[in-house]
Write a protein that binds this ligand. Structure first.
Ligand SMILES: N[C@@H](CCC(=O)N[C@@H](CS)C(=O)NCC(=O)O)C(=O)O
Length: 203
């Protein structure tokens, strides 16, 4: 199995954390989809990473499909509950965390365009998604140890990768001050070897 990923992609990091938590053997093939010589479209028609290429050559995307596959494929350290209600709750956390990441990535790309071509209304729309999303995640986490109360799960991994991406691209957003419970969760996650080994290089 090989994972096609870049070292800064928050979606790829989510998959890499899952691989590390579950002690799965997997080759890492670095490919930046924005580079002219990228091979990503050969594996994913959408031209996006991460892509997990199975031993028989089947490419899996996107990150949510990949992490669900990996969790089903190995019984080591289950990250998605079996019971339907809890499983859907974890996937909703993941959808919200990934949605904030989507807004942050969109904002990052917009801000890279020449200033005269940037749309203030579009920028505000993405910023509102981030603000509302963080507020909802903080409210739902409350004083719990983990997103799913006492159980560490894929929900925490998705939230941790999203917060790591905000730190990477928008270090001026002071989400730690606004949401101390997210700061506590993030600090705990950063201590795990899966998060340490997948820390994105400074941009
Ligand atoms: N929903 C996808 C998002 C993947 C994604 O947007 N990846 C970015 C890198 S962080 C990418 O490959 N962008 C290239 C492009 O949009 O052409 C997932 O969860 O895997």
């Amino acid at each position: 199995m090989k994972l096609i990923a870049s070292l800064t992609s928050p979606y790829a990091r989510k998959v890499r954390v899952v691989i590390a938590e579950k002690h799965i053997e997997c080759e890492l093939q670095i490919d930046v989809p924005w580079d002219a010589d990228t091979h990503v479209p050969d594996y994913n028609p959408l031209g996006k990473i991460p892509v997990l290429v199975l031993d028989d050559g089947t490419p899996l995307y996107d990150s949510r499909v990949i992490v669900e596959y990996l969790d089903l494929a190995s019984p080591v350290h289950n990250l998605l509950p079996k019971d339907a209600r809890s499983r859907i709750a974890v996937k909703r956390w993941e959808a919200l965390a990934d949605g904030i990441t989507d807004a942050a990535a969109t904002l990052h790309l917009e801000k890279k365009r020449p200033e005269s071509q940037q749309s203030p209304a579009w920028i505000t729309r993405q910023e509102q998604k981030i603000t509302r999303g963080l507020t909802a995640i903080s409210r739902d986490l409350g004083e719990n140890a983990w997103c799913m109360a006492d159980n560490y799960s894929l929900a925490d991994i998705a939230v941790g990768c999203m917060l790591g991406y905000l730190d990477l691209r928008f270090s001026h957003i002071n989400w730690r001050e606004m949401h101390p419970n997210l700061a506590r969760l993030s600090a705990k996650l950063k201590d795990r070897s899966s998060f340490k080994s997948t820390m994105p290089p400074a941009s």
